[in-house]
Design a protein around this ligand. Sequence first.
Ligand code: UGA
Length: 430
Amino acid sequence: MKLSVIGSGYVGTTIAACFAELGHDAVNVDIDEAVVNSINDGRAPIHEPGLEALLEKHGGKSLTATTDYDDLLETDITFLALPTPSKEDGSIDTSIIEAAAETLGDTLREKAGDHVAVTKSTVIPTTTTETLAPILADTSGKQLGEDLHVAMNPEFLREGTAVEDFQNPDKVVFGSDSETAINTLQEIFEPLTKASNATVVETGVEEAEMIKYANNAFLASKVSLINDIGNICKEFGVDAYEVADAIGLDNRIGERFLRSGLGWGGSCFGKDTNAIIHAAKETGYEPAMLDAAVAVNDRQPERLLSLLDDHIDVESERVAVLGLAFKPGTDDVRDSRAIPVINGLQERGVNVAAYDPVAAENMRTHFPDIEYTDAPQDALAGASACVVCTDWDEFAVLDEEFDAMETRVVVDGRRIIERRDGLTYEGLTW
Ligand code: UGA
């Protein structure tokens, strides 16, 4: 099948490359020429494990990137994989995807026959049918349900494992009331659904839009719930990880996403949870659970800092911050819990010495004036305390590096350092 993807961000590039790997001809449209050239040269424009190999194999061959929308005229279906960033009030800004829909529609004026347009971006329910579909119909001159078909196909790709997540999904969701759209999506995903155990969910457009929000809001809330329980555990001197391991054995709870600590960050959980909370409130409904999930998450960094305050007055002291990325395996610092932790340290008059194996450069835009070190031991040397914000494996093997600290106080937000003699160790929830 010939398909097109508008947008070459981490979702757009990943799905275009994975579709090519499934045996399709994929056209990836983006405004950024450098990104387009990189894909055509078989080089990944972003770091995502497995992507480089797929682009090397298909880039410039069955996967072509272009800045020219006319190149999608040869395709049967277009996925809109554009960003929907947060506005100040938490709602999403749909101007980028609306502009893309307009250009897609204008382009489709030249095309005879059916075309399917699929929302891949995360959008509030009714955006596809009430905002994007009318734009597409107006600009293309096509008739919805006749030669123009819309659908919503949400993504569940995690940063750092996006290719693997695409290739081994738990579920694939097709939201549409058009038989043509559903059939086209089934055909595209058939090699994947045949080879994997993925359940195919066929549903309405709005349900598909909501499934994406519900998925992320549920996972974010699960982490906040285990953090709430973990905070209670800490008060009673109970090990929250032993508790989590035991409750995770109950199939109704499940063992994943039960790691308590500093909380969630990244480009999706906060953005999506806030967006669905905002949308709910606009209808007059107060989503108390989701509000609480955000509140618990906002509180964890301050809890970590107050544990530090219990041990040492850090004013004018050097404090090592180990881990800046929002999770291990990425250099992404968007909404990283390290940001409020460093803010809190700076409010306390601390000299921050920060280390992360890959994310220091990105953190420089938030904190240009703190010290960044090339190795964890350099951050620890002479420090009066250390706080751990990301569970990088390399922190688990630190040992005599702590000997170079002025005072050996470690407050671990991610349960990655082992308790040991000679170390004053505080786990955030254990
Ligand atoms: C998340 C979802 O997991 C994906 O399914 C979704 O497609 C994606 O958002 C998106 O909407 O694009 P991602 O943001 O890459 O993926 O990160 P996760 O691996 O889910 O981790 C999110 C945060 O939760 C991290 O800060 C992590 O440290 C934290 N977390 C996760 C915990 O604190 N405890 C846990 O037990 C699990």
